[in-house]
Design a binder for this molecule. Sequence first.
Ligand code: ADP
Length: 342
Amino acid sequence: MAGSGSAHLRGDDALLSVQDLVVEYPTDAGTVQAVSKISFDVLPGETLGIVGESGCGKSTTGRAVLRLDRITAGHIRFGAEWIEQADGKRMRKLRREMQMIFQDPVASLNPRRSVKDIVVEGLAVTNVPKEERATTSASVLEQVGLSGPRFADVLPRQLSGGQAQRVAIARALALNPRLLICDEPVSALDVSVQAQILNLIEDLKSEFDLTVVFIAHDLGVVRTVSDNVMIMYLGKVCEFGDAIEVYGNPAHPYTRALLDSVPLTDPEKGFAGPALEGDVPSPLAPPSGCRFRTRCPRAQERCAAQEPEMREIASGQFVACHFPLVGEPAGTDVADRAPVLV
Ligand code: ADP
């Protein structure tokens, strides 16, 4: 079922396969082209990082996989099942296996329920017998580092941001999902807490045998957790590939610009390269050809006339660019610009 721009799809082994996904939102001002024919897949046990500036369609992609928004076109396979046409009843069942955690943990938790009850209530949709739910809740809360009565009976507003995110993670994992979609899960947290939550997700990933999609606007955050990364710009995939390759040898000028705009570890050094100029154009009327061309230092006539197809530029690294960067590795500092996992 693979269509155009899907050279990087790896076939039936993937747990999640998204093919030619289009999501458009009709508004009074016109049609917002939030996601425009993107394809990617995630193998079992893998973490895919999805990165791009705000408004590039990352959340829409995550929500589309769970069918939380209406899909305009495209195909989504989860396990052995094509789910783009699955009805509401089937999706409610499938969403136990595909859990999502969000940027604002406090807002995602019921403010009137205690921590313990939030997790217990989540279990209502599972086969866990009623009398076992409190035990399961306590056990999963312990796994996320919130053990004991000290936490069980408190309300979400009494928790720090990091603790609230731990509760949201516990509630998701209590359902024993196969796929966890993390939508900017650390963006609202202090830098010191970010590393703790990233560590936690990494630990739980192996304990729970999880496959993870990790969405972030910050390349630094995604690097530490991702096997593969997918760089999105204005509803399109620019680059997809092995995280080490993409971070070490970014091929798309947009990936390079994103890497250059991450602050260096040594604050005195500032940034690795020039800042990205201008804003992302309106998704109501994206530029013709390559959507990044209006901000791209390498753009030429062809970029306006013809949309670049995704092609393999190095083993396991794919880029949609007519004039990709070759042999211009990122500086060594780039590799160090991330919260340190311990
Ligand atoms: P990101 O997660 O990369 O910040 P989003 O997926 O949230 O991007 O949004 C992609 C684009 O779709 C943005 O231009 C956003 O304003 C628009 N968008 C998202 N949801 C809606 C909606 N419900 N109605 C109209 N436009 C939307």
